[in-house]
Design a protein around this ligand. Structure first.
Ligand code: TLP
Length: 346
């Protein structure tokens, strides 16, 4: 049976070049700052993002957590979208571990936050209020169709933040998908941000790893925060070696994933009881809404799984399909026809 795993780009496995680089990696104790491969990756990452320094961490969740712990103290407020990954899917770690107060604003369908809402949410100095320290943006925006946020919008949020002495962190788990889709350099998207995190273990196919980038003082504090949450690694150059391959060899090919996602959205758009937006499919994610209340996303996902097509239910009537390194144009056609059959047999 043909298997097409569209649950996430996190299912990607390391390439042969990555495995070779891992086997040959020069390593040292990174807590002493002595792993040459990690040091090289951190320099490359900082350069790619146009920042002074970078820090290698185990996951996107840890990258966001240490960033928030550095920007905010206990009782400080962070402004973030109500559909952001940090708010929805990180166990409320910033509150649970950092005592940071989340102030959610409604995400627009394209993943942006309304600029007036942001400005209005920043607290004046008043003994009753928490202090607003940080705005978090997500780019691409996972729960908003994987939409990329352009440099114009990113810069406007930066201006608001600077004017109000508030900082900006970008959850750029898929920042290279945004950059490739918008045909801009990733650094242009974060030039006004104080920090950015991005992942190597999603569309870029590395087995483990994310980076946090910012100025040197910020990264020094982030290194402390990483140690605090148990993320100090030792000979992790083995992982960084794969990440270097990811960063140098795997970025440009993301355009293929975007084409495949668009083709999948187009293939599904004609199915009566589904609602899919091909024009809104600008990176590697396709959100599918079921318009027939007799078919739940969980039942459909299970029926598709038996046929070898894996999708991720993201709500009772919503599923997500993500294209990635192991998905070909043929896989996408196959998945669309399996989904069409299952819907017509429902
Ligand atoms: N997202 C995962 C799931 O958690 C939903 C996925 O399959 O998409 N920021 C964003 C925007 C993310 O999408 C994710 C992972 C993270 C952060 C966290 O990364 P990890 O899984 O490495 O902790």
């Amino acid at each position: 049976m043909r298997n097409v795993d569209l649950r996430s780009d996190t299912v990607t496995r390391p390439t042969r070049a990555m495995r070779r680089a891992m086997a040959e990696a020069e390593v040292g104790d990174d807590v002493f700052g002595e792993d040459p491969t990690i040091n090289r990756l951190e320099e490359m990452a900082a350069e790619r993002m146009g920042k002074e320094a970078a820090l290698f961490v185990v996951s996107g969740t840890m990258a966001n957590l240490v960033s928030l712990l550095v920007h905010c103290g206990r009782g400080d407020e962070v402004i973030l979208g109500n559909r952001s990954h940090t708010f929805l899917y990180e166990q409320g770690g910033c509150a649970g571990l950092g005592g940071i107060h989340p102030r959610t604003l409604p995400n627009n369908p394209d993943g942006t936050l309304d600029l007036h809402d942001i400005e209005a949410a920043i607290r004046p100095d008043n003994i009753h209020f928490p202090r607003t320290r940080l705005i978090v943006l997500e780019n691409t925006h996972n729960r908003c169709g994987g939409n990329p946020l352009g440099p114009g919008y990113m810069n406007k949020v930066g201006e608001i933040a600077r004017r109000n002495r508030v900082r900006v962190h970008v959850d750029g788990a898929r920042i290279f998908n945004a950059a490739v889709s918008l045909c801009v350099d990733a650094s242009e998207l974060v030039s006004q941000a104080d920090s950015v995190s991005f992942c190597l273990s999603k569309g870029l196919a590395a087995p483990v790893g994310s980076l946090v980038c910012g100025d040197a003082d910020f990264i020094q504090e982030a290194r402390r925060a990483r140690k605090l949450v148990g993320g100090g690694m030792r000979q992790a150059g083995i992982l960084a070696a794969a990440s270097i391959v990811a960063l140098t060899e795997m970025v440009d090919r993301l355009a293929e994933d975007h084409e495949n996602a668009r083709a999948l959205a187009e293939g599904l758009a004609g199915i009566g009881s589904l609602s899919v937006d091909p024009d809104g499919t600008r990176t590697n994610m396709v959100y599918i809404t079921i318009r027939d209340e007799r078919i739940s996303s969980y039942d459909l996902a299970e029926r598709l799984r038996v046929k070898g097509v894996l999708l991720l239910p993201t709500g009772p009537y919503e599923l997500r399909a993500v294209t990635h390194y192991h998905i070909t144009a043929g896989d996408v056609d196959h998945a669309a026809s399996v989904i069409r059959n299952e819907i017509s047999n429902a």
